[in-house]
Write a protein that binds this ligand. Structure first.
Ligand code: MN
Ligand code: MN
Length: 277
């Protein structure tokens, strides 16, 4: 299938890219095993491929799969180059992590191509530390790197519930728009414009819905709340990631199933409109 796929507009099909990296996790490893399990959950025969908004993600050419990023030396360079390669072909990368550190090299590739990128970031954590345990590439720091390099015009964080003074200072420095947990219809209040990149950390969900994460933070969103947020995004989504699913912490593949559902709804949303130049 040509990269134009069945997607509307000048941009081609959303394209899965696995990023099996978890070496920048500060607490527990395991997220590197997630990419294939999320793919399996997406196509699991326990359900069908239609999204709740009526898009058939199982239609031929609806999405493509570029496999997993591979590297010998510098993982970040390999990730950035792989994403750049897809953007070059006008595909829309949907990256499956891996820990959240991968979002920095991914967004570096996007930042070169899109001048006015808006990031919509779902997470229990702001991930804005200048460094964490001495690691500037920690999974607790990607959005500090992204905003320092001015790779995005706007950073909107949804579901935050672990703010502290250190990160609050960073959020003010970078003018981050924060919607802490409990803010209903947050994204409807925000006038987003094309193009949007969605970074989805699985721990934005309550551990009751998604126990398979390294940092379980109680008091999070239900799956239904997440879907309402995703469905309310009106701008064109040019790329996305789903990160921090840690299968070694999962219970009965529950979190994998949720990750597959979120991926399906995200792909469907990407296919609904793409008018980005
Ligand atoms: Mn995160
Ligand atoms: Mn998190």
């Amino acid at each position: 299938m040509a990269s134009s796929g069945s997607a509307k507009g000048p941009w081609g099909a959303p394209t899965l890219l696995g990023v099996p990296l978890d070496e920048n996790s500060s607490y527990k490893r395991g997220a590197a095993a997630a990419p294939q399990l999320i793919r399996d959950a997406l196509c699991c025969e326990s359900t069908n491929m239609w999204t709740e908004l009526g898009v058939d993600v199982g239609a031929e050419g609806a999405y493509e799969d570029a496999g997993d990023v591979q590297w010998n030396g510098d993982a970040f360079s390999a990730i950035e180059q792989a994403v750049e390669g897809l953007l070059e072909k006008r595909q829309r990368p949907v990256c499956l992590g891996g820990d959240h550190s991968i979002t920095y090299p991914i967004v570096r590739a996007f930042g070169r191509r899109f001048k006015d990128l808006t990031l919509i970031h779902f997470d229990a954590h702001p991930d804005l530390y200048d460094h964490f345990q001495g690691n500037r590439h920690s999974h607790a720091s990607p959005f500090a790197r992204i905003m320092e390099e001015k790779l995005a015009k706007r950073l909107i964080q949804v579901g935050i519930r672990t703010m502290n003074p250190q990160q609050k200072k960073q959020a003010e420095r970078f003018k981050v728009e924060i919607f802490e947990i409990g803010r209903k219809r947050a994204l409807e209040e925000v006038k987003t414009w094309c193009p949007v990149y969605v970074s989805f950390d699985m721990d934005v969900l309550d551990p009751a819905f998604a126990p398979g994460v390294s940092h379980r933070e109680p008091g999070g969103m239900s799956v239904r709340e997440v879907l309402e947020h995703l469905h309310s995004i009106t701008a064109t989504i040019v790329g996305a990631d789903i990160v921090e699913y840690n299968p070694s912490r999962d219970v009965s593949e529950l979190t994998g199933t949720v990750a597959g559902k979120i991926l399906k709804e995200l792909l469907g949303k990407m296919l609904m409109a793409c008018n980005c130049p």
